[in-house]
Design a protein around this ligand. Structure first.
Ligand code: F6R
Length: 611
């Protein structure tokens, strides 16, 4: 949440920062701003997207080789020009950007008001900035010292970057709980919330750790902890290509990412699944297999779409490995004093690897002795680094705010993890194991086939775009797919949608059914097929409109439903990876037909780094 970019070096800072902010808009787009240092601080900020900021700066003085920029997802204070970052300190010397939340800002604000400070925004950021300025002025400290003192009193999460009129060759940054990457160039440094603004300039990066302060000059990067001890920067090579973060001819990132799924799933399987040898190799899992296979219980912790992947994993792991599984919303889990035993294993699922609730839930569980296994997409992210073991999903950067390719990659990895554990525990027959390996191997082709229905789904979207509500139903492995389908529709088209286990609809939601309510059934051929056919009949009997995701050639449901979305046949355990595809496309095309910005749906942000 909130994207930050900063630059120091020989280039003009403004174009680097604005281009970077556009890449980070998925993190928030309520307002954007830039501060440049050149004989004083030049500050430009505007409510709305980065494009609005660009309009504001047309014809203005944008000269400067050091600068900071921000794209905001509002927490404290409505989206507005005055709440936009960067903020200026009272004496006008410091400018700061911030991603995160300062939880004790109200207390600090009161202290500052008593000292005569006046505030020009409603943000916690301006409070922290003036708190730093106040320490600097009262103690006669350097900015670095003042920052260290201030951060020891701050409760919350932050990445902050400061520029100082009196030190025009230095950027100062600090991190706790929110991500910060520093790109190292020749005589220049780039700072950003993720690597996407950096990749076209350098592939050498340092991921700043919690409680570290970075003092950055064009030719020098110094890292210190809050105790003022030097830390050695660990320079890593970025494994990211520029093409991966561009739209590549598609109208939206979301559509590009939906269509990338045959190759992202293939990348996820590549080098791991070997159908000829009958093996799955994931070293992060293999090296920790003793702990994993002997787990008494598995707790899956995640949020949103990743939580839906967790629900499917629950069904798969219990079925294949016979280990009890519980799936937890990270935001609930972290606060409800959960019981965690020594032999428990936690599987953390996160695309970004930065979701604040998931991160803190894991920190708590780790302290209580749980083994953490991360299923994460963003390499080097906080959750990946906190995990004892893990497997990356290798879906590449997901920029559309609604998660698509990360979800199917999560399901692919989780199925492989379950198969590895089941084999070790001898809870799966050789035949079933080999059958599922083959099924997994065929997923990229089947997803490709499912995507061929895009044009048909686009037409269907026009038929249903004006509905006000929708119900999504599924049973067994397809129940969480129904939840995910409903979430996608809500996010992208702002249509109220609910997902339910199909049988459960008789306990309430069926009251909503009339001729205006579309009911989307995820009804591929599986153990529950006859039961879901009965559920479809129940909806039809009440004049509901039925849209059904079916297995190709299912004539029974085709004859009953108003519209069908056929997908290739697959084992029921693998089917969710494929039956999700038409639901992603349906939401996408409805969102587009309604004229919405599907890559940046209102009020949402990709990486939820505030709780
Ligand atoms: C929905 C979506 C969100 C995320 C959730 C968790 O399309 O993208 O619900 O799934 O915010 O994010 P990660 O997986 O990054 O922890």
């Amino acid at each position: 949440m909130c994207g930050i970019v900063a630059y120091i070096g020989h280039r003009q800072a403004y174009p680097v920062i604005v281009k970077g902010l556009k890449r980070l808009e998925y993190r928030g787009y309520d307002s954007a701003g830039v501060a440049l240092l050149n004989h004083g601080v030049k500050l430009y900020k505007k409510k709305g997207k980065v494009a609005a900021l660009e309009e504001t700066t047309l014809g203005k003085d944008l000269d400067g080789h050091i600068g900071i920029g921000h794209t905001r997802w509002a927490t404290h204070g409505e989206p507005s020009d005055r709440n936009a970052h960067p903020h200026l300190s009272a004496n006008g010397k410091l400018a700061m950007i911030h991603n995160g939340i300062i939880e004790n800002y109200a207390l600090l604000k009161q202290e500052l008001i008593k000292k005569g400070y006046r505030f020009h925004s409603d943000t916690d950021t301006e409070v922290l900035l003036n708190f730093i300025e106040d320490i600097q002025e009262n103690n006669g400290s350097t900015l670095e010292e003042a920052l260290r003192i201030a951060l020891k009193r701050v409760v919350g999460a932050y990445v902050i970057v400061l520029i100082d009129k009196d030190n025009p060759d230095t950027l100062i940054a600090a991190r706790k709980g929110s991500p910060l990457v520093i790109g190292i160039g020749k005589g220049e440094h780039f700072l950003a919330s993720d690597a996407s603004p950096i990749v076209e300039y350098t592939k050498e990066v340092v991921y700043v750790n919690d409680y570290e302060i970075a003092i950055i000059k064009p030719d020098e990067l110094i890292l210190k902890n809050l105790g003022n001890e030097r830390q050695t920067p660990f320079i890593q090579k970025l494994d990211l290509e520029l093409a991966a973060i561009e739209k590549g001819g598609y109208d939206h990132f979301m559509l590009k990412e939906i269509f990338e799924q045959p190759s992202t799933i293939y990348d996820c399987l590549r080098g791991r699944l070997d159908v000829i040898q009958g093996t799955i190799t994931m070293s992060g899992i293999r090296n920790n297999m003793d702990k994993i296979k002997n787990a008494n219980r598995i707790l899956i912790v995640a949020c949103g779409t990743s939580w839906h992947a967790g629900l499917i994993a629950e069904y798969v792991i219990e079925e294949l490995c016979r280990i009890p599984v519980e799936v937890e919303y990270a935001s609930e889990f972290r606060y409800r004093n959960p019981i965690i035993h020594k032999g428990d294993m936690i599987i953390a699922i996160s695309q970004s690897g930065e979701t604040a609730d998931t991160l803190v839930a894991l920190e708590n569980a780790k302290e209580q002795g749980a083994v953490i296994l991360g299923v994460v997409n963003v390499v080097g992210s906080s959750i990946a680094r906190l995990s004892h073991a893990g497997a990356y999903t290798h879906a590449g950067p997901e920029i559309g705010v609604a998660s698509t390719k990360a979800f199917t990659a999560q399901l692919t990895v989780l199925t492989m993890v379950a198969l590895m554990i089941a084999k070790e525990r001898n809870t799966i027959t050789r035949d079933r194991y080999l059958h599922l390996l083959n099924e997994l191997n065929e997923v990229p082709e089947k997803v490709k086939k499912a995507l061929e229905a895009a044009e048909h789904i686009q037409k269907l979207a026009l038929k249903y775009k004006d509905v006000s509500d929708a119900l999504y139903l599924g049973r067994g492995y397809n129940f969480p797919v129904a939840l995910e389908g409903a979430l996608k529709l809500k996010e992208i088209s702002y249509i109220h949608a609910e997902g339910y286990p199909a049988a459960e609809m008789k306990h309430g939601p069926i009251a909503l059914v009339d001729e205006s309510l579309p009911v989307v059934f995820v009804a591929t051929r599986d153990t529950y097929h006859e039961k879901i056919i009965s559920n479809i009949q129940e909806i039809k009997a009440r004049k509901g409109k039925v849209i059904a995701v079916i297995t190709e050639g299912d004539e029974i449901i085709t004859a009953m439903a108003d519209d069908v979305l056929p997908v290739p046949e697959a084992d029921e355990l693998i089917a969710p990876i494929i039956s999700t595809i038409p639901l992603q496309l349906l939401s996408y095309y409805i969102g587009v037909a309604k004229g919405y910005d599907v890559d940046k749906p209102r009020n949402l942000a990709k990486s939820v780094t505030v709780e």
